[in-house]
Design a protein around this ligand. Structure first.
Ligand SMILES: [Zn+2]
Length: 480
């Protein structure tokens, strides 16, 4: 339909061009071909489709031929400008703005159209750039991980801020209570409200006008999820975040609010004191750290990456891997050889089959951690892995260190030992020769397609929050 409209616009411009070149008015040409001038005007403006017989008459009357009239080329510079403007003004990007289109008349100067067209081209360019591709997201994520690696995954400013906030609510040791989190919010001028109708696109919504932080309802009592989410919402305020300008900025903010929540739940002073004692006893264990602060195994393991290198000079790695072996979340500064795509991204890559992170899935007893030594081309690593299950399936959390540092950890006396020569394909990626001989060409697996392969990240707004949804949510609640 749009294509057809464009063809009619071009045709109209060509008829007008040849009419004017022949020195005829609309009425004069109308008389010559037997239609009203007003009808010709509609055709010239691309609003009517002329019959073939009429086009033949027009060609004769203007001294041209049919093929010239029907050419897809704009007949002159002016017509080209008008056609491009017409196209730009009927685009979705432009119409979404709700701005009235420019009406071009005979007296509109070419320069005016060119200026408006310049703005349209820039609008379209920005629109294209705003669609963050998964590849851009991966690159930004990798760069952030490299920056954090250089800082030992440690952010002193946020550590200090969290300690200050905790002191203000009188928190001294142990797990941070829900009550303390509410008091912290109150001190910032916010009330925490749990609602069941949060917009789908938002994890929390802060009403700055009325001093409220809306959070999802407590589906599972206990756990640290809700405390963490409330702390993250407050962190945006405390850290003075503004609308992210690009995907990298968005990721940086996400990292900072997560970091702040982790600092509040596992405060540096207490956490380091506990790890210090465990190290003295040669009994460091993620599970003890987790239980002391009432957080998930994942949060505890990740938190250890913030503190162990900074305070004890121990390099380490953290992996969250799903049951298919894909790496969901990662940190390393101990040179553990990890799979990587061409952009340097580790997330989404499949971990070596022989790594503790994967072999733990085959353990019978999963209530305690799985300990393992793994020989790799970069040396031997000792790892502790805990498996778990969510509605999305099984996952494992691994914290590991180079061989020399295993002496500080519980589980170092394990006899389990594996060898990985990844990325050498013969390690675990290439099928064994006999299996290949048996099945190659005699089987046909049909691949599963992941929908996210095709979906670009949310348009424009990097956090992917739907403003429309958020504002109507606030409307519903602001009056209650
Ligand atoms: Zn391997």
């Amino acid at each position: 339909m749009a294509q057809r409209t464009m063809e009619l616009t071009t045709l109209g411009h060509r008829i007008r061009h040849y009419r004017q070149t022949a020195g005829l008015t609309l009425d004069e040409l109308g008389n010559a071909v037997g239609v009203a001038g007003s009808h010709l005007s509609l055709i010239e403006n691309g609003k009517r489709e002329p019959k073939l017989s009429l086009l033949q008459s027009v060609a004769r009357a203007t001294g041209t031929d049919l093929s010239q009239l029907l050419s897809a080329e704009p007949p002159n510079r002016r017509a080209a400008l008008e056609i491009e403007l017409n196209r730009a003004q009927s685009s979705t990007v432009f119409r979404r703005l709700g701005v009235a289109p420019v009406k071009v008349t005979k007296s509109t100067p070419d320069e005016t159209i060119e200026t408006v067209l310049g703005l349209h081209r820039e609008l379209q360019r920005r629109e294209r750039d705003a669609i963050a591709t998964p590849e851009e997201a991966r690159r930004a994520n990798t760069e952030l991980r490299h920056r954090m690696r250089e800082k030992n995954n440690y952010l002193p400013g946020i550590e200090a801020l969290a300690e200050k906030q905790l002191k203000a609510v009188g928190h001294t040791s142990g797990a941070l209570t829900h009550r303390s989190v509410s008091v912290m919010a109150e001190q910032l001028g916010f009330e925490l409200l749990y609602v069941s109708d949060l917009p789908h696109s938002a994890r929390s919504v802060t009403d700055l006008e009325n001093g409220r932080i809306y959070l999802p309802p407590a589906s599972i009592p206990g756990g640290h999820g809700l405390r963490s989410m409330a702390l993250q919402a407050m962190a945006h305020r405390l850290l003075g975040h503004t609308q992210p300008t690009d995907y990298a900025d968005f990721l940086q903010q996400r990292l900072e609010i997560n970091y702040f929540a982790a600092c509040c739940l596992m405060p540096e002073t207490n956490a380091v004191a506990m790890l210090q004692q465990a190290k003295r006893d040669r009994d460091i264990a993620v599970e003890d750290f987790r239980d002391a602060f009432g957080v998930t195994h994942e949060a505890a393991g990740m938190r250890m990456t913030n503190l162990m290198t900074q305070h004890f000079d121990i390099p380490l790695h953290f992996l969250r891997v799903d049951s298919a072996g894909a790496i969901n979340r990662v940190y390393e500064n101990d040179d553990l050889p990890l799979p990587m795509d061409v952009t340097g991204a580790v997330e989404g890559q499949v971990a070596c089959k022989w790594f503790s992170a994967r072999s733990a899935f085959s353990e019978q007893n999963r209530t305690t951690e799985h300990y393992q030594y793994t020989d790799t081309p970069s040396g031997t690593f000792w790892c502790a892995t805990q498996t778990g299950t969510t509605s999305e399936g099984e996952f494992s959390i691994t914290v590991g260190v180079p061989f020399d540092d295993s002496k500080w950890f519980r589980g170092r006396e394990t006899n389990k030992r594996a060898t990985s020569i990844c990325p050498d394909e013969s390690c675990c990626r290439k099928p064994a020769a006999d299996a290949a001989a048996r099945w190659r060409g005699k089987s046909w697996p049909s691949a599963r397609v992941h929908m996210q392969m095709f979906s670009p990240l949310p348009r424009g707004a990097f956090p992917g929050v739907d403003d429309n949804e958020v504002y109507s949510f606030l409307d519903r609640h602001a009056s209650s």
